[in-house]
Design a protein around this ligand. Sequence first.
Ligand code: UT7
Length: 324
Amino acid sequence: MTGKIIGLGSYLPEKIVTNDDLSKIMDTSDEWITERTGIKSRHIADPVKDRPSIMVVKAAKQAVEAAGIAPQDIDLIVTASTTPDLIFPTMSTTIQEAIGASENCGCFDVNSACPGFVAAYNTVESFIETGNVKLALVAGVECNSNFVDWTDRGTCILFGDGAGCAVLKAEEGKRNEFIMRSSGKRGTCLHCESARQPYRKDEEGFDKLTGFNMNGREVFKFAITEVPKIITDLSVKYGFDLGEIDYFILHQANQRIIEATAKKLKQPLEKFPMNIMNTGNCSSASIPILLKEMNDKGMLRRGQKIVMASFGAGLVWNANYIEY
Ligand code: UT7
């Protein structure tokens, strides 16, 4: 069995923050951010209108409508998020209720930071492969702006907010393949404490919040080393040629990481779609938002061979091969 994407949805907050806007509140410039990351602007969530549970429900409703399915037929919802507005219940049960899925629908969330969507997608594929799931919704949603340290110009300029969803339908066919890897020993390269740290107080006696904490250079080196390698390993393990791939859909973290990956794989950059310039890094929502944008532009056609690959905190990196 194989999972086919039959509907896509996404949501980006209305508020757009440009590099020039950021340069008015911190010591940075459009030139620096563009040159180092490719990012020109990002969407930033409204604290009331764009809570993650609201953003992801909007994306899910769009995906279900695009798929033309009855929500009651969905067997499984898996949502990837690292920045949910609720620790529990899950984002997935929130979606279940909002779209009218039945109580026969399994729901759980995955926290795997930026690689979360591919991790969730691979999880759903595995359920499909067992024959237990015929119809599933896989989602990614992030409100990074709630957690970045807005005094750390090396990190906060990278991130954006948003949500994306895909409806997957089980069909007869060769199963989709994936590889998942992780390196907990490098966890401190990129980490974020949970909201309350009662054991540590700031100067005013409040529980301390550190926000996203990143060694950018280490993460950069890790990404440009491991992403080309995992894609090559996937092609060797499952016997496809990189030249056959129509699109390499990479986590949108930095244009230079994507360019370096294309170069190392000796594949044309046109096969690496990007929207990072207008979205920034939306963590686990980046790939489904990009897929939806590609679909809207008419870039996706049945039978296309696609590799998705993502990387981030953990450190974790993963890749999958699907036939659209
Ligand atoms: O989802 C995965 C998440 N993370 C990533 O993918 C991040 C991967 N890493 C990166 O994308 C890059 O490392 C960054 C874009 C974060 C940083 O680029 P870099 O080329 O590694 O710069 P750097 O951190 O080495 O900083 C170079 C200089 C420093 O100044 P000095 O020490 O050379 O005087 C920084 O203080 O640039 C300075 N700098 C800035 N200047 C203007 C750092 N951030 C900024 C900024 N504006 N926003």
